[in-house]
Design a protein around this ligand. Sequence first.
Ligand code: HEM
Ligand SMILES: *[C@@H]1O[C@H](CO)[C@@H](O)[C@H](O)[C@H]1NC(C)=O
Ligand SMILES: *[C@@H]1O[C@H](CO)[C@@H](O)[C@H](O)[C@H]1NC(C)=O
Ligand SMILES: *[C@@H]1O[C@H](CO)[C@@H](O)[C@H](O)[C@H]1NC(C)=O
Ligand SMILES: *[C@@H]1O[C@H](CO)[C@@H](O)[C@H](O)[C@H]1NC(C)=O
Ligand SMILES: *[C@@H]1O[C@H](CO)[C@@H](O)[C@H](O)[C@H]1NC(C)=O
Length: 355
Amino acid sequence: MNSFRVIVTALCCVVVVFGGLPFSSNAQLDPYFYGKTCPKLHSIAFKVLRKVAKTDPRMPASIIRLHFHDCFVQGCDASVLLNNTATIVSEQDAFPNINSLRGLDVINQIKTKVEKACPNRVSCADILTLASGISSVLTGGPGWEVPLGRRDSLTANQSLANQNLPGPNFSLDRLKSAFAAQGLNTVDLVALSGAHTFGRARCLFILDRLYNFNNTGKPDPTLDTTYLQQLRNQCPQNGTGNNRVNFDPTTPDTLDKNFYNNLQGKKGLLQSDQELFSTPGADTISIVNSFANSQNVFFQNFINSMIKMGNIDVLTGKKGEIRKQCNFINKKSSELDLGIVASAESMEGDMVSSI
Ligand code: HEM
Ligand SMILES: *[C@@H]1O[C@H](CO)[C@@H](O)[C@H](O)[C@H]1NC(C)=O
Ligand SMILES: *[C@@H]1O[C@H](CO)[C@@H](O)[C@H](O)[C@H]1NC(C)=O
Ligand SMILES: *[C@@H]1O[C@H](CO)[C@@H](O)[C@H](O)[C@H]1NC(C)=O
Ligand SMILES: *[C@@H]1O[C@H](CO)[C@@H](O)[C@H](O)[C@H]1NC(C)=O
Ligand SMILES: *[C@@H]1O[C@H](CO)[C@@H](O)[C@H](O)[C@H]1NC(C)=O
């Protein structure tokens, strides 16, 4: 009865949105998806994130990256949050993620509070997406109404994470194809790379640029020489590579257009960043220039591309599930012993009668 009502609601949303919006990729999602079922969702998430950001100003950046690493691997389905179990090979151990992902505990904090307020309603994939939108607002970036209604995957795919997530030494052509594989175009690539305006990267991703670029025995020629010296001080040649450097040397914890001004000044941190501006004749140069000239233009495009990224291969309707704990899929009743099944059923009974 209860789940029937949810399906009916989902169906009428699809009809309304199809009729009301000119694009279909967003069709199943709706910023007011939880308007009735979890009206406190936004304020719960906002309060947790605001508190965390006060003591850990890097966290909003980490959350936005977690969302990106979720969406590029079988869609925005919270697959990245799944831990290793007998049946799950965690994406968290893929090369781009290992020793690098942050924010899993923050998503769990939000989920715990949301489960108390509205049990079994809100997906982990939506919490991560909403938390990314809030993270933008908390760091001086734009705000937008985050489309919601995703469901959580029953699977993860570590090899797909290795395959789909771009690397810091990718050429512009490889960056473009990694994004095109997700239905994202060149403007999306440039706009979303703007997220490298905050957060940190470990030295190991730039050591070759600083000391021995492409086996030339010299630094990357597209790196400003003053900036090169600063980075060499922070990243010694024979160090562990685990020191961290700010993506943006001027406003390290703010979501602003500085990333693009940095590229113009040959101060992109990763090779893949600088490629957007320093690849001769590239169509990305004029896009970088337009974002560097106007924070408003950058923000508009950032919003548009974040929503587009958030729509990649989402699970809706009856697909997937609403996880109870974001790091694990829900147990199938066949896996539970009879005692647990009995208590789960009586819980469900309570839920239906209380609505
Ligand atoms: C274009 C291709 C991209 C490449 C090659 C790339 C690569 C990287 C690398 C190597 C790091 C440092 C990881 C570490 O030190 O452990 C990083 C950090 C980061 N990336 Fe990207 N990234 C890309 C696109 C994106 C996109 C699309 C977003 C979000 C929209 C994003 C957001 C971030 C953020 C915010 C950080 C800092 C995270 C923190 O401080 O915890 N990146 N990225
Ligand atoms: C899931 O794995 C992460 C490491 O990737 C760990 O920090 C976390 O404690 C695990 N969560 C649970 C609930 O076991
Ligand atoms: C993971 O993705 C790869 C590459 O697309 C695919 O071949 C494989 O079947 C997937 N594995 C799982 C467990 O879904
Ligand atoms: C990129 O980095 C990987 C891993 O460090 C390395 O194996 C590969 O040769 C590099 N590719 C280029 C084009 O520099
Ligand atoms: C690296 O060097 C090879 C030849 O040694 C060259 O073909 C390639 O373009 C260089 N890559 C970069 C990014 O400079
Ligand atoms: C780093 O190690 C290399 C090779 O082991 C050595 O030639 C070089 O002098 C060392 N550099 C520094 C700054 O210690």
